[in-house]
Design a protein around this ligand. Structure first.
Ligand SMILES: [Zn+2]
Length: 449
């Protein structure tokens, strides 16, 4: 296949370069002007911008276990529709949880035939896994997973939180295995008593948010990253929502962090107005935080962006109380269009930072950078084509995801994803998902030991 006349985000170039891309099999095999025709398929990308396929390094596809919320076909189809070519799925929201190799292989056998885009799995260390299989389960999973997810406060009785002592033990093993520990950073000593105190007193988004304020996040980020720093063990903070947390992360030597579009786009006033469709944990924060988060993202203090895609069903999102409404949004299809529009096109992110936060940085952190995250000869032909002159208006009802309720509803974005290619296969084109599953492949990290 030869892709002609696109404006291409070639690795290391300060601006888009007009060039052809030759793809043979699954790889990029040549870049240059006027490449000779090889008699195979050609795509005319005149007027389009071509970027490395987006990596969404934090999704919950609930498969196997909770097909009413999402499954791997719908989750990966939605990702492809939004320019994502690789996802990394969380361990604690499928059943059984990916806390050992047996459960990982079970999950892989079920989801791989459904996958539209490439995927990896995070392993997990719950309190249950700590009691039953630690550290053996971490060691057997390490060659297969890029990192291990944990919770400082957990909303799931099937996947309980770790305490500080357990974090220190788990981080020691993470250091030995060269696998980061991912932490959902909200302090249980704040969140649990606050919830007991405030729950049922007032059925408002503000009351719910008051159980998980900025301080609940920064206490957990400080404590767990202090343990990691002391041990010089690799740590990664997921879905950062506060500037103070980003500041703490930026000051550590072994800790990285991600934020999500929902923390860059919305604040507590939006939560009051929108309600349940914007209910997430951690909740969105004060109005000043999102501007500061953009600054950290622009200067590298926050490493990359993830969607935390986690749809609830219509019933789960409409229980009649903000306390029991499901916490999670279907962010997968909007992460890339949002960052393109609000980041690159608005000038908040340079082209180099846009490429880092949408693909390259996550590929490096998770050992996929030998295949993913750059447009270069020899890399996987994972490509996202954007029409810069078109617009995207977000309509949850049109999304291939099972999750239709999105806080981005009605948002108008500059640019539109036109084509998504995964290892040389066109899986999405102009509004249509062209794969019925099976085009995505399981990815193990490169640095196995
Ligand atoms: Zn999550």
């Amino acid at each position: 296949m030869i892709i002609r006349n696109g404006a291409v985000a070639i690795s290391g170039a300060p601006r888009l370069i007009r060039t052809d891309i030759q793809v043979k099999g699954e790889k990029i095999t040549a870049l240059g002007r006027d490449l000779p025709s090889d008699g195979e398929r050609e795509i005319d990308a005149s007027g389009l911008e071509i970027f490395p396929g987006g990596i969404d390094p934090h999704v919950h596809f609930f498969d196997p276990g909770f097909p009413d919320k999402e499954d791997f076909f719908h989750g990966t189809a939605a990702a492809a529709s939004g320019g994502i070519t690789t996802v990394i799925d969380m361990p604690g929201t499928s059943d059984p949880p990916v806390i050992n190799k047996r459960n990982l292989e079970h999950k892989r056998s079920i989801v791989e035939p459904k996958a539209v885009v490439d995927f990896a799995f995070f392993g997990g260390v719950s309190a249950q896994a700590y009691r039953e299989g630690f550290p053996h389960w971490m060691r057997e999973l390490a060659p297969l997973v890029p990192a291990f997810k944990t919770y400082a406060t957990s909303g799931s009785t099937a996947f309980e939180r770790l305490n500080h002592y357990q974090y220190s033990r788990v981080l020691e093993v993470a250091r030995e295995l060269h696998r980061p520990i991912l932490v959902h950073a909200e302090d249980a000593d704040f969140v649990l008593p606050a919830t007991e105190d405030l729950r049922e007193k007032e059925n408002t988004p503000a009351a719910f948010a008051a159980t998980r304020p900025e301080l609940a996040e920064t206490l957990a980020v400080f404590a767990v990253s202090e343990i990691a720093e002391t041990l010089q063990a690799p740590l990664h903070i997921v879905h950062i929502g506060t500037a103070r947390a980003a500041e703490i992360v930026a000051g550590r030597t072994t800790t990285t962090g991600e934020t999500c579009p929902q923390y860059l786009a919305f604040d507590i006033d939006d939560f009051e107005r929108i309600g349940s469709p914007l209910k997430i944990t951690p909740p969105v924060k004060g109005p000043e935080e999102k501007h500061l988060l953009w600054n950290y993202l622009a200067d590298g203090g926050i490493d990359f962006v993830a969607s935390d895609h986690a749809p609830g069903t219509r019933a789960e999102k409409n229980t009649g109380s903000i306390w029991t409404d499901y916490a999670g949004i279907p962010g997968g299809p909007t992460i890339y269009p949002y960052l393109y529009s609000a980041g690159l096109r608005s000038g908040r992110l340079t082209l180099a930072r846009f490429l880092e936060v949408t693909s390259a940085a996550a590929a490096r952190r998770y050992g996929l950078d030998d295949r993913k995250g750059r447009i270069e000869v020899g890399m996987d032909a994972d490509l996202t084509f954007v029409d810069p002159t078109a617009a995207t208006v977000v309509h949850g009802a049109d999304s291939p995801s099972k999750g239709k309720i999105t806080p981005f509803e009605g948002m108008r974005l500059h640019g539109r994803v036109q084509i998504t290619i995964v290892r040389g296969s066109v899986v999405y084109r102009e509004g249509k998902v062209l794969s019925a599953g099976g085009t995505g492949r399981f990815l193990a990290p490169r640095n196995g030991e």
